[in-house]
Design a protein around this ligand. Structure first.
Ligand SMILES: Cc1cc2nc3c(=O)[nH]c(=O)nc-3n(C[C@H](O)[C@H](O)[C@H](O)COP(=O)(O)OP(=O)(O)OC[C@H]3O[C@@H](n4cnc5c(N)ncnc54)[C@H](O)[C@@H]3O)c2cc1C
Length: 447
């Protein structure tokens, strides 16, 4: 631990990237204001990771709590920065911080811009994931799920959603749609183990047989894929439903069809073939169209950042300076304004806000820590490092919103959730509205 410095930094977002960045800053003696949209810290570690991964979630919660308890870290939850938030980014930047770290994750939704995307029964993966993980306000919305669900994408998020549809919703069928072939799937064996008992193996082998000549023509080994799926059977989770899980390879969604009530009833897909270009396998449309019947469509194709946050956006991410002044390992963590052709002064990026939908908690953690290393280089170059009026900054936040959530409030909330879990014999309990959480906090504080 370094001696206290005069630096004071705002970290926006208390997901893994922001939390581990706050820890790193605190260890450098920097005073940190950690601002978080959600009442609770954790981001997708709390509201993305599958609900029954209790051991993983509890372990992370303990680490997050110990960061928030650090004397240099002040937590303010239920406080959103952005055009539609509690404070605009520029207003925050004017409060006198030495630097700002943006670790807000990728809160925007990525669509393909297809006809039919606004039909009833079409959702983005994040909405569903936030819903079943009880993140307000998603937890309070009604995401009607039909019987035959198509999920676009073949990564771990698709697998989590398939697992939810199979084990919680007991739908008739879940069909994952892959743009490329069996060798390009992105999910891990661990995630496959949760759903493999529901895999329609006859259908799977038919798909592999259908594409064997194509795969072999580009040097891929179909047997490797079959072995991967077979190996997931060894530690397969028990299933509690008859849902048929299928994976359809080499299909691109062209549009979504609806009935006269505006509800999804099918998806128009184009068959693809595979081409190898620059060592990468790419899908190319064949022009052959067909309709895949389904009543719900879920896009699991990754996320993009929120364009209303207040930073310039470059497709799915915030703009970065591609010739960074304070690079670490050659990576840029610096927010950049292309209209001025200069850095957004003192603003750094970390985690999924820097690179949307990239990696697991460990990756976000490393990214937060590395972002701080770059930021420290910037801070050490600052000419005037006079002490900041911490009390004034704290007061401004507290006066801005009377339902802002502090470290003490979080403790109150956690104790109440633990009490309810113990009373009901549950592994954990979560309030699913902000109103309930705030009411518990206020009530306990008052009593
Ligand atoms: C469905 C799913 C399942 C996953 N499962 C696993 C798993 O099993 N294991 C694993 O290791 N990883 C898993 N991950 C990946 C992991 O959750 C991410 O790598 C990690 O959470 C990214 O961290 P982050 O801090 O960059 O962003 P996030 O976790 O998204 O955190 C962003 C934080 O910023 C806050 N915020 C957002 N906007 C604002 C704003 N405008 N103002 C203030 N605060 C704001 C949010 O409240 C949130 O707390 C999963 C991800 C998903 C989507």
């Amino acid at each position: 631990m370094k001696p206290a410095s005069n630096f004071c930094v705002a970290v926006i977002g208390a997901g893994p990237a922001g939390l581990f960045a706050a820890k790193e800053l605190a260890e450098q003696g920097v005073h940190v204001f950690l601002l978080n949209r959600d009442v609770k810290p954790g981001g997708l570690a709390e509201y993305g990771i599958y609900p029954d991964k209790h051991k993983l979630k509890d372990g992370l919660r303990k680490q997050f709590n110990s960061i928030i308890e650090m004397p240099e870290v002040e937590y303010f939850g239920n406080f959103e920065i952005g055009e539609h938030g509690d404070m605009r980014l520029n207003e925050l930047r004017d409060m006198g911080f030495d630097a700002v770290l943006v670790a807000v994750g990728a809160q925007g939704t990525k669509w393909l811009g297809l006809e039919g995307e606004s039909l009833e029964g079409v959702y983005h993966a994040k909405d569903i994931v936030y819903y079943y993980n009880q993140l307000p306000p998603f937890s309070m919305r009604d995401y009607a799920i039909g019987k035959n669900v198509a999920i676009i994408g073949v990564g771990n998020v698709m697998m989590d959603i398939a697992r939810y549809l199979i084990s919680e919703k007991h739908v008739e069928s879940v069909t994952a749609i892959a743009r490329r072939g069996p060798a390009e799937i992105k999910f891990t064996k661990k995630e496959l183990e949760y759903v493999i008992q529901n895999l329609d193996f006859d259908d799977f082998h038919q798909e592999i047989n259908r594409f064997t000549p194509l795969m072999e023509s580009i040097g891929q080994d179909p047997q490797k894929i079959i072995s991967f799926f077979d190996s997931a059977m060894i530690k397969a989770e028990e299933t509690n439903s008859d849902t048929k899980f299928k994976i359809r390879f080499l299909l691109s969604t062209k549009s979504i069809q609806g009935d006269e009530d505006g509800r999804v009833n099918g998806m128009v897909v184009e068959e693809n073939t595979l081409v190898v270009a620059n060592g990468d396998t790419k899908a190319r449309g064949t022009g052959k169209l067909s309709v895949l019947p389904c009543d719900t469509v879920i896009f699991a194709i990754g996320d993009k950042v929120d364009p209303s946050f207040g930073l310039p956006v470059n497709y799915t991410e915030y703009f970065k300076n591609m010739k960074p002044k304070y690079a670490c390992d050659g990576v840029s963590y610096e927010s950049f304004d292309p209209s001025l052709n200069e850095n957004v002064e003192g603003v750094f990026l970390a985690g999924w806000a820097r690179e949307a939908s990239s990696g697991l908690v460990g990756t976000a953690r490393r990214d937060g820590v590395t972002a701080v290393k770059c930021m420290m280089k910037y801070l050490e170059e600052k000419p005037n490092n006079s002490p900041k009026d911490i009390d004034k900054i704290r007061k401004k936040f507290l006066e801005n919103k009377d339902t802002i959530v502090t470290e003490l409030d979080l403790k109150t909330l956690q104790l109440e959730e633990m009490r309810i879990a113990a009373e009901r014999g549950l592994p954990s309990y979560k309030f699913s509205t902000n109103a309930e959480m705030i009411s518990v906090i206020k009530h306990k504080v008052a009593s």
